[in-house]
Design a protein around this ligand. Structure first.
Ligand code: PPS
Length: 567
């Protein structure tokens, strides 16, 4: 029988006194500003959540982890924890050197002694770790389009933990949790991993899992980084706190985990198990499609529904945590209670609301019955996600120069202002280049910076309930996707491809630029001497040839209405 190991596990922090001295010394070192994901990884490295890792993976560890889920000395570890950096920084660093690792505010969190520097084969990493080199997988997309080209590896000396201003009392390091279990006398603990709000079915299944294992329960939600588009962690934590009251007193603990998920399905499940072992738990709930990333680019699931359970079971002894089957709970109307789906006789009425249906009801402000969720949870979700017609959103028109983006966007702006209710901001390509991006040219790097600036401003507008209309060329698919992810955290992103052909744009040549581009007087001109990657699945494709502006704007308006964005 597994019982909790509550002895402290090793951390990578130096003592408080040494930390102050080290911090002074570190100020002289070359320094790397950590990305949001790296801050999450570093926190769990330093506090022992990623034990036995002692730093960002070296090349030998990385090869082993990618190939067969083992570090060079044979420890089970399924996910590469790597410090990816850009070429510019990498060029200034050589193995043998120490670097300071800083958070977004510039605070020094750790020193890393660089032992390894290499250029990874990202396609191999994608194939082996995530099962396919397919950009539809969020972690593969991150790998190719966000992560730097070079990896640095080496041990970490921890100076201080990242500062969190939110929910401090709900955050526990592995050793704090171990001490808590010891203090409470909890010998068996079932952990529940989640990135979603909890509804009644989750409460029932976690309660049942703990009861069956005769264990206490740890609700251990991820608040680092989850899947793009998930409900933000502030809202979720308020929901978890409301659900906590529904468990018998003193049986259940809620603790927030600053993990950056990869959505790696089976490998992720093993990783989650190891992390939970480090946090002192004895049992871990693994369900159907654990940490699943959604559909691949062919519209199929990346992993089989029980692959995660199978891989976990295979390594269960080594993980040191017992797997508990996630029971699929359904509501039986006749008995007005939740029961495991596989224990229900034929002929009874089973009620269920899918995730998609729940989102639809929230978006449209429809009823969400009490048998499905707790009123406090529904209220929190409604506060964050009011019906779509009251949320902010972004319309992103992309197309060649002279395709008509700005003209349509202007007409659309006026029509939306006529409707009223929400402020409308137009971020036109030319206007943005004048006010926000005047120093930028038209290289791929500069275009990407330009589009990400537009995306950032649009996401802020969307977050604050306004309407952002963007009308840049935005020629690159990956950059448009990055902007989509930024915005979908707060509201809808409506990509409109203004699909006027190159021939037509050139024929119109409203600014005389095509002529100059043909003559070679303007370099890197989209469509002539620079690429345009047409959107594959925009929300709307506008064929403008033979259609007047008013009609095009009207078509966009109808699309917005169909999506429930305007009332
Ligand atoms: S991008 O790629 O999205 O950053 O471009 P954008 O900011 O929309 O800027 C496009 C406008 O700049 C003018 N212009 C050029 N466009 C494309 N390629 C080159 N080399 C270039 N040089 C100048 C052009 O007027 C674009 O305006 P629109 O409204 O698209 O015609």
């Amino acid at each position: 029988m597994t019982t909790a190991n509550t002895a402290p596990i090793p951390e990578l922090y130096v003592s408080y006194d040494s930390a102050a001295k080290l911090k002074m010394e570190a100020a002289e070192l070359p320094s790397w500003d950590l990305t949001a994901r790296q801050v999450c990884d570093l926190e769990l490295l330093m506090n022992g959540g990623f034990n036995p890792l002692k730093g960002f993976l070296t090349e030998a560890d990385y090869d082993g982890v990618v190939e067969n889920m083992r570090t060079a000395d044979g420890a089970l570890w399924p996910i590469p924890i790597t410090l990816d950096v850009n070429d510019k920084f990498a060029d200034t660093i050589a193995p043998g050197q120490d670097i300071a690792l800083r958070d977004a505010e510039g605070v020094i969190l750790a020193i890393m002694s660089v032992t390894d520097k290499w250029v990874p084969n990202k396609s191999r990493e994608a194939e082996k770790v995530f099962g396919a080199d397919d950009l539809a997988h969020p972690a593969v997309n991150y790998l190719h389009n966000t992560a730097g080209n070079v990896y640095l590896g080496g041990p970490i000396t921890g100076i201080q933990q990242p500062v969190h201003y939110d929910y401090r009392s709900r955050r526990d390091t592995p050793n704090e949790l171990r001490a808590y279990f010891r203090k409470m006398g909890w010998r068996k603990i079932v952990a529940f991993q989640t990135r979603n709000p909890l509804h009644r079915a989750h409460q029932e299944l976690t309660f049942r899992a703990a009861k069956e294992a005769q264990a206490n329960l740890l609700i251990h939600p991820v608040v680092g980084m989850t899947k793009p588009g998930d409900v933000d962690h502030f809202t979720r934590v308020r929901c978890y706190e409301a659900v906590l009251d529904k468990y018998p007193a003193s049986t259940t603990h809620l603790s927030l985990l600053p993990l950056a998920m990869r959505m790696a399905g089976p490998r992720e499940a093993v990783w989650h198990g190891l992390i939970r072992r480090n946090h002192g738990v004895t049992h871990f709930i693994v369900g159907r499609d654990h940490a699943g990333p959604g559909k691949n680019s062919a519209g199929e699931d990346f992993y089989g529904p029980y692959d995660a359970q199978d891989l976990f079971r295979e390594h269960e002894a080594e993980i040191g945590v017992e797997m508990v089957d996630f029971k699929h709970m359904v509501y039986v109307q006749e008995r007005a209670q939740y029961e495991p789906a596989d224990e229900i006789e034929e002929g009874v009425t089973v009620l269920n609301i899918s995730g998609t249906e729940l989102r639809r009801r929230l978006q449209e402000g429809l009823d969400i019955p009490e048998w499905f969720s707790f009123p406090e949870v529904v209220e929190e979700l409604r506060r964050t996600r009011p019906p779509r017609a009251q949320q902010g959103f972004t319309v992103f028109l992309t197309g060649l120069s002279g395709s008509g983006k700005s003209t349509i966007a202007n007409a659309l702006m006026v029509k939306l202002m006529e409707l009223g209710g929400r402020p409308v901001t137009l971020l036109d390509g030319d206007v943005v280049r004048k006010h926000l991006s005047s120093e930028l040219g038209f290289s791929k790097e500069h275009r990407d910076i330009n589009i990400k600036r537009i995306g950032y401003v649009a996401s802020e507008i969307t977050k604050n309930g306004g309407i952002a209309l963007c009308a840049p060329i935005a020629p690159y698919t990956a950059t448009r996707r990055a902007v989509r992810e930024m915005i979908e955290a707060y509201g809808a992103f409506v990509e409109v491809h203004v699909a006027t052909s190159l021939e037509e744009c050139e024929k119109r040549d409203r600014k005389g630029l095509y002529k100059l581009a043909r003559e070679g007087k303007i370099k890197e001109f989209t469509g002539i001497s620079d690429p345009y990657e047409a959107p594959e699945k925009p929300e709307l494709k506008l064929e403008t040839e033979g259609t007047d502006v008013d009609n095009c704007a009207q078509t966009v308006l109808l699309k917005l209405e169909q999506m429930g964005l305007i009332g």
